[in-house]
Design a protein around this ligand. Structure first.
Ligand code: PEP
Ligand code: MG
Length: 765
């Protein structure tokens, strides 16, 4: 039998695949024809080039239905009438597996299904290839002939390239609507609930935007395969170099999980099979970008059938690598922040730096989901300041979503619903409304004093740095700004802000505060708060490296510019300046001396001086705990930065997901450290505040009050719940209990303190 089957007759298509691809592109893009007339001419072009009797295009409709959209060779009356389910017949088989079928005797295949309305005769050859886009089968391209024939793999490859071009153009020109065919849902991934780590509380419901969006490929058909090959090799080289330098710079130990991932990237990036497949696609006439995307879609279709988690990991690696290769080919590293964004969206990213988060329009950004992240990282702090729910460590999130998928982020529970079912959607709507009324309820209590039941006043202040809302500051229960993180405007800027620009920002905060004190912290750049214009360089331990005051003292010009802006901004007003990351008294003295120089300079230049200057420091490095008398005797105020203090007390990286849950802030050691600071501040009559994240959690804030802290600073959203706690607390009872608890060698005092709150009716929700 095989001897009478002629060799592949589609010589012309194989010989000149670029010509065919161009014809395909032109049929789909030129002229003013309707989408239908374009598809009609397209099937003719392909049938001609393949010397085939039939060429048909089936497109996916909502509900996993394949509809005959255009055909050359089948009865025209069947177009838009013939429909098959995924898995039904040969066409349905191609669609459901995402793999092609190349058959010499199609009737002999167990899946063969005869559809009389098509006028289908006895065909002796069938080749069907899936139209793949965004990991979905958006249709099937079929070529059939009466004469028995076997299509070679070369022909199949040409058809794959044709299918790629059709799929891209069909989606690009909206002949197929990805969202629509999914019925608003991703057909391969239905509703899903995943969990992660709470980084910022709250709830949001909105469509997803990917932080690093898939690159849009505008040019699919190449002018010259040779040139595309050269481009590919160039991009591959860059990719391999970038992976190599990631490995070299990372300083990761041999055998560590992260290093293994990078090593496997390196291996993949040199994988001959992968590269050869891309080169083969280029040789059929695709541009390098289209070839990379084609291979990516096909590999995904093939490998995602395998459920092994090892293979799934590799699929993820390949996805990531393909996207990186596309970035190199296009010479860009785009972030969605720079594009057009929906009115409301939830951002999905592998990991995000604080500066990257700040690039997004805060009014539209409703929630963030990340594959990485830890609760005390700055990106999480900023999310809390922005009052945006953020869930981190959601493994595999990038493989579970596509742009436009609806999602619900439940920050408090660390839960994510992707493409939520109706009941979850409506529960989310109810909770969003309930929260809004809770916020309104807190707002209604704004005028009530922040006093405990036994009449201890607790000053509540704001942590700001961005979005200085006048009404937040005007609230009767807000005494001022306890921490103005000045580095945030630095991070939101692509270049060092000028003295004038800085001065405007600081003046704005002072004016909005209307006489309430604003404590400006000099910049805390470095660590995970990198800015492009101050090169910190590679450090093994950036959190303990060249950061904050250390940069300021080594680069006094930059620091003095900031101090000048602060002095200028506070003309005729009180100025409070706080230095971060002070490890020894000499550093405080040196910083204060620079501030004094700027004050003297302002005087010399005849600039109106501040009415009163208060100088203080953060307590966030443990060495200060052993220099408290010397420190207290020279500062006007101090503020405890528990985020850093905790990480250094426990040698526990605040940015590392692995250890972030290992110790608790309500450990007796923390309580004792705080008590010792309170004692020293009381002795020296120094104003003491607390601006670390602990203060935002009512139960932790309760413990702080028990330690003697009387001024707390937090993001605006935390004021309501913390004040509710203050107003329901009897401090006297707590102090005794805490004294007793501190003597316990406990991992955490959280549970007994929660019990205390419950037994004494303290509101710590
Ligand atoms: C802290 O360390 O507690 C603090 C408030 O500063 P930051 O979080 O900005 O490092
Ligand atoms: Mg800090």
């Amino acid at each position: 039998m095989a001897s009478i089957i002629p060799i592949d007759p589609a010589h012309s298509a194989i010989q000149a695949p670029i010509k065919l691809l161009r014809q395909v592109r032109d049929a789909m893009t030129t002229g003013s024809g309707t989408p239908q007339s374009r598809l009609d001419s397209l099937v003719r072009v392909i049938a001609d080039a393949m010397h085939a009797d039939v060429c048909s295009i089936y497109l996916t409709r909502p509900g996993d239905i394949l509809e005959l959209f255009a055909s050359h060779g089948l009865k025209q009356t069947a177009v838009h009438i013939t429909r098959l389910r995924f898995g039904e017949g040969l066409v349905g088989e191609v669609a459901s597996t995402g793999l092609d079928l190349n058959l010499a005797e199609p009737q002999a295949h167990p899946k063969f299904a005869y559809r009389p309305e098509t006028g289908e005769e006895l065909y002796h050859s069938f080749i069907g290839v899936p139209l793949l886009h965004s990991h979905k089968t958006i249709g099937v391209l079929v070529v059939q002939s009466k004469a028995p024939r076997t299509y070679t793999t070369d022909t199949a490859e040409v058809l794959h390239a044709v299918a790629m071009v059709i799929a891209e153009l069909a989606v690009g020109s909206k002949i197929v609507d990805l969202y629509d065919i999914s019925g608003g849902q991703n057909p391969t991934l239905q509703s899903q609930q995943v969990s992660g780590l709470t980084l910022a509380g709250g709830i949001a419901k909105a469509p997803i935007v990917l932080h690093r969006p898939k690159i849009e490929i505008t040019q699919l058909v190449s002018e010259s395969p040779e040139e595309e090959e050269i481009r590919l090799h160039g991009a591959l080289l860059e990719l391999q170099q970038s992976v190599d330098s990631l490995i070299d710079q990372s300083g990761l130990e041999e055998g560590s999980a992260h290093r293994e991932i990078l090593e496997s990237y390196r291996l993949f990036s040199q994988d001959r099979g992968w590269i050869d497949r891309i080169l083969e696609a280029i040789s059929t006439g695709l541009t390098a970008e289209a070839a990379v995307r084609k291979v990516q879609e096909e590999m995904h279709a093939r490998l995602s059938q395998i459920t092994s988690s090892y293979i799934q990991e590799r699929v993820h690696d390949l996805e990531d690598l393909s996207e990186r290769l596309l970035y190199h080919l296009q010479g860009v590293e785009p972030s969605a922040a720079l594009g057009v964004l929906p009115e409301a969206f939830i951002l999905v990213a592998n990991g995000l730096g604080p500066a990257e988060l700040l690039e997004y329009d805060a009014r539209r950004l409703k929630g963030v989901i990340m594959a990485e992240g830890s609760a005390t990282s700055h990106v999480a702090i900023i999310a809390r300041m922005m009052d945006i729910p953020m869930v981190g460590r959601v493994e595999n999130i990038l493989n579970l979503v596509t742009t436009g998928d609806l999602a619900v982020v439940q920050g408090d529970q660390g839960l994510i619903y992707i493409r939520p079912p109706e009941d979850v959607e409506s529960a989310a709507d109810t909770e969003i409304a309930a929260r809004a009324s809770q916020v309104a309820a807190y707002a209604a209590t704004r005028d009530l004093p922040s006093r405990t039941l036994d009449d201890v006043r607790v000053s509540l202040n704001l942590n700001l740095g961005l979005f200085v809302h006048a009404d937040h500051l005007a609230a009767a229960d807000v005494d001022g700004v306890g921490l103005f993180r000045t580095e945030l405007p630095y991070m939101a800027s692509r270049e060092l802000p000028s003295v004038g620009d800085q001065q405007k920002i600081y003046r704005d905060a002072i004016e909005k505060a209307k006489g309430k004190p604003v404590i400006f912290r000099s910049f805390d750049i470095g660590g995970d708060k990198q800015v492009p214009y101050i090169q910190v360089g590679d450090e093994e331990n950036p959190a303990m490296g060249w950061r904050a005051t250390r940069i300021g003292l080594d680069r006094p010009v930059i620091l003095r510019q900031q101090l000048r802006a602060l002095v200028g901004a506070a003309a005729g007003e009180q100025l409070s300046v706080m230095f971060p990351f002070i490890a020894e008294i000499a550093e405080f003295d040196a910083m204060k001396a620079l501030l004094n120089k700027e004050l003297a300079r302002a005087r010399d230049e005849g600039i109106t001086p501040p009415t009163d200057v208060r100088v203080g420091t953060m307590i966030e490095i443990p060495s200060l705990l052993f220099q408290l008398p010397e420190l207290m005797s020279r500062v006007d105020f101090v503020s405890i930065g528990s985020n850093d203090l905790f990480q250094f007390l426990f040698a526990c990286d605040r940015g590392s997901p692995r250890v972030s849950g290992r110790y608790d802030t309500l450990n007796p050691a923390v309580i004792r450290a705080i008590k010792s600071i309170v004692k020293a501040a009381d002795e020296y009559k120094v104003a003491l505040g607390f601006c670390g994240d602990m203060a935002t959690r009512p139960i932790d804030a309760m413990a702080l009050i028990g330690c003697g802290v009387r001024a707390l600073s937090m993001p605006p959203a935390a004021i309501g719940p913390v004040k509710a706690m203050v107003r329901s607390l009897n401090v006297r009872d707590l102090v005794h209990y805490l004294d007793y608890l501190c003597t316990e060698p406990a991992h955490s005092l959280r549970l007994p303190l929660e019990r205390f709150a419950k037994d004494h009716g303290v509101v710590v929700e």
